[in-house]
Design a protein around this ligand. Structure first.
Ligand code: SF4
Ligand code: SF4
Ligand code: FES
Length: 236
């Protein structure tokens, strides 16, 4: 089958004698038999480490689980710095977990979790930091300060944890370049290999923000009065 891979100077086509294979196996075949300069990242080879995420035909996939098709166009993740070929630098996005203070701050008193409590944010705990959601996010594409999908999902994970002692602080931290900037487009949900919906988590964070007295800054405040120039005068 033939595939095209985005390299430093544009797309390069490769013809590979493999069928019914994962994209990662195909890339390894190209590297070992055709072109050892091809660069890509991988680790676990079993959809666990998140290091092999890339784009195929303009959609994010994990190379170790995606079954490659004839004619596929393969590119690195977008909205992040490309280091070489399909290898990108996720460090800036990963620092947003720190910026959003996305960690557990436990109180001094002992709080035990039961099975139901653990289920509340079990899905959010499954994030493998693959970066696909950042690559697909139209807000992160134009605003590199946006905290972005996985950092906000992680904030929800801790805000919804009954052991968390600083929920209001966490909500306050995400008011700028955070919870209100999202357009709720749902791209991040569609591409997530772990079926996490950052969009849904952001909606829950918005509800929590409202409970703490924050409001969407995109809505103006109406105090009930009109400027005098706008009052309708009956001339008849
Ligand atoms: S939320 Fe999903 S898409 Fe985003 S980094 Fe985590 S696993 Fe990847
Ligand atoms: S739903 Fe929000 S966070 Fe997710 S991709 Fe769209 S704008 Fe980005
Ligand atoms: S190599 Fe680890 S997720 Fe693909």
């Amino acid at each position: 089958m033939k595939v095209s891979i985005q390299r430093e100077n544009g797309f390069v086509e490769y013809d590979v004698a493999l069928k019914d294979t994962t994209l990662l196996e195909l890339l390894s075949e190209i590297k070992t038999k055709q072109d050892n300069t091809l660069a890509f990242s991988s680790g676990c080879r079993s959809s666990v480490c998140g290091s092999c995420s890339m784009r195929v035909n303009e959609s994010e996939v994990l190379a170790c689980s995606y079954k490659v098709q004839d004619g596929d166009k393969i590119e690195p993740l977008q909205n992040v710095e490309v280091l070489r070929d399909l290898v990108v630098d996720m460090n800036r996005a990963l620092t947003y977990n720190t910026k959003a203070k996305a960690w557990l701050v436990k109180s001094d008193k002992c709080v035990n979790l039961n099975h139901e409590d653990e289920k509340v944010n079990a899905l959010q705990s499954d994030c493998i930091l693959c970066g696909s959601c950042y690559s697909s996010c139209p807000v992160y594409a134009v605003n590199p300060d946006f905290l972005g999908p996985f950092a906000l999902t992680r904030v929800w994970k801790y805000v919804s944890d009954k052991r968390e002692d600083h929920k209001q602080t966490k909500i306050t931290e995400i008011q700028t370049n955070g919870v209100w900037e999202c357009t709720l487009c749902n791209n991040c949900t569609v591409v997530c290999p772990q079926n996490i919906s950052s969009k849904a988590d952001i909606e829950k964070l918005r509800m929590k923000s409202a409970q703490y007295g924050f409001m969407d800054p995109n809505f103006g405040f109406f105090d009930g009065s009109f400027p005098s120039s706008s009052i309708f005068m009956d001339q008849s």
